[in-house]
Design a protein around this ligand. Sequence first.
Ligand SMILES: [Zn+2]
Length: 119
Amino acid sequence: MRQEKIKRFLVFCEPCAYKKIYSTDNPEDLIQIKVSPIPGGSPRLEKGKTVERPAKKQLNKVKCPNCGRGVVMKPLPDVYSKSYDEIDKREQKAKEEAEKKKRIEDGTPVKYKPPEFLG
Ligand SMILES: [Zn+2]
């Protein structure tokens, strides 16, 4: 079974020290702040043709739930990601075990019930 990688983000607000790890890139309890992409710069000339520079996408910005300042949602640093990977793996395994157990339980044949004696 393929394990789905859970994306996690760190919201850290320096001014008020609010820190929380979110496991989705679009958490419902956060207010997204619209960020416009950073322009890649003026178009350059290549073999007589103008080539547009692609705009850079910015990191998602959200409102700090504590103080309302705009904070960037950073992808979780590797150190955290690795430990979360371990937790995810363990959870996945526990889930698989539970499913296996359930399958075995479901698979047991229904106990034979003798038909009622009707005389
Ligand atoms: Zn804050």
